[in-house]
Design a protein around this ligand. Structure first.
Ligand code: UGY
Ligand code: MN
Length: 247
């Protein structure tokens, strides 16, 4: 529900951003029909990645032509038939796909209200390393590990950690009270969406209450820290750039 008197939890700054579901305005994007698309993170704000939330009506579809960008998609809710190159599978909530640059992908026959988060970015090839392959998967089949040995912060790494991949997409799950063990400051950029629960995110010198549906952008070197609050685990899906030299 819109908040009173023009108040918003949203903040868009030079080095980080928070956008809440109350702020969403959709864009028309090529290749998508019968769907609304909200571009939450993009180069227009200084990011090097695009994060888009797509909500499909029944009969909607996405057909995205091959290009320089690679796409990771995560089904937040609903179900749909996803094809990446010659691979195809019906994905339900928790399902994900990875489409390398130079391959097309499509999403067909979505259940009404299916919501998908996309992370898209230009691929940086590594000389002598074969480009990544297409992937269709499900988060329930990905083993989690306690982050830095802490059992209240569980990390699932959805994409292979191999030199061919220049992006990682992970799910972090925190028990209430669980938190990042220290304030991170690193060269990697993040795009993030809260999947469930709530907590407080420190971004640079500000602390933001966040909850399911909120999207966050963290530029390289944005100081970051999170603590989970409330009565249910807090989970977020996030992107980071990996495996490439700084120069
Ligand atoms: O992978 C990460 O950098 C992660 N620990 N960052 C974060 O959750 N903000
Ligand atoms: Mn981080």
């Amino acid at each position: 529900m819109p908040e009173l008197f023009g108040h918003t939890r949203a903040h868009v700054g030079a080095r980080h951003a928070l956008i809440t579901p109350d702020n969403h305005v959709s864009s028309s994007l090529p290749g998508f029909s019968g769907a609304t698309a909200v571009v939450l993170v993009s180069p227009a704000m200084g990011a090097r990645v695009a994060q888009t939330l797509v909500t499909f009506q029944s009969g909607g579809s996405a057909r995205v032509a091959a290009g320089d960008a690679q796409t990771f998609g995560y089904v937040m809710e609903g179900a749909a038939l996803v094809a990446v190159g010659s691979k195809r599978r019906r994905l339900k909530a928790g399902g994900f796909f990875y489409c390398p640059a130079g391959l097309e992908w499509s999403l067909l026959s979505p259940r009404k209200g299916t919501r998908v988060t996309l992370f898209q970015k230009a691929y940086a090839p590594l000389p002598g390393v074969r480009a990544p392959r297409a992937i269709l998967g499900d988060q329930s089949r990905v083993k989690g590990t306690p982050f830095l040995g802490d059992p209240v912060a569980n990390l699932q790494v959805l994409l292979p950690d191999e030199p061919a991949f220049d992006m990682a997409v992970n799910i972090f799950a925190y028990q209430p009270g669980g938190h990042l063990p220290f304030v991170e400051v690193h060269i990697m950029e993040h795009g993030l969406v809260m999947l469930s629960g709530e907590g407080v995110y420190r971004l640079e010198d500000s602390w933001y209450p966040v909850r399911a549906g909120d999207a966050v952008w963290m530029a390289p070197y944005c100081a970051q820290w999170f603590v989970a609050m409330g009565k249910v685990p807090a989970r977020y899906l996030y992107y980071k750039d990996v495996n490439r030299a700084p120069l």
